[in-house]
Design a protein around this ligand. Sequence first.
Ligand SMILES: [Zn+2]
Length: 282
Amino acid sequence: MFRHVELAPGVVQIQGPLGFCSTLVLGERRALLMDTMCGVGDLAGYVRQLTALPLIVCNSHGHFDHIGGNYQFESVWLPRLEYPAATLALTADARRDLACRLGKNGGFSIPESARVALVEQSGFDRFRPLEPGTQFDLGGVTAVAVALPGHTLGSTGLLLREKRILLSGDAMTPIMCLFFPDGAGLEIYKSTLCKAMALPMDFFVTAHHARLFPRSALDTFLACAEAVPTMRGLNFQHDIFPEYTGRLYIYQGENSGEEDFVALIGPDIPKNRKQREGRQDE
Ligand SMILES: [Zn+2]
């Protein structure tokens, strides 16, 4: 179910089913886990195989693929703005629906025991507020919470100060999703990119890739975001939640599997649609 790769000394990316990831940071005295994927499989047991250190668990935001495994841990730090989304995603009905969708739309076969665990362990509420500036001293590594709104309004990253690495969740990624109903919009995302560029970091980590991204990748992401209003884009539909649709703007590369691929999926704004149609008429 899980495998892992060490991205940098003491920074381990755990990969789970469907391309979801959690990042484990190992300090001298404590360890920290960023995000808990969708809740299928014994993530806590897997983490215990990697470290015996006392563990702090954080969620970057309230989406199902970041909070699903929370029930396996004592308490979890979550940005306060994300409480409503997380609470909604963790109801028994939402979990039953997710288990069904992962199988039907995600093509992922969930063991019956995991399906039962997903639903029976619903209603997780042992949250602690992760505010910008919250610090975790792991021993030799300090993780500092940084607000990174865009993907969602409350999206929060963790800057590993001594390592100069930022754990960004879904806030900055080569396939940037701004089409979910709780997305904060293109302008806020662009400001977040500018803010991230000024942070004292050399690399960042996303919740859907098992590699480090150099800080310079943010320049390309910003160029992509700035080009979006001039691009026509393609219709896009989420595979697990087909009711979420948007517009896919490919800035660089042709295949989402390629290393240089950079795209943004934004909402299909009626005004943009009109402009496109107008352009077609010309
Ligand atoms: Zn997300």
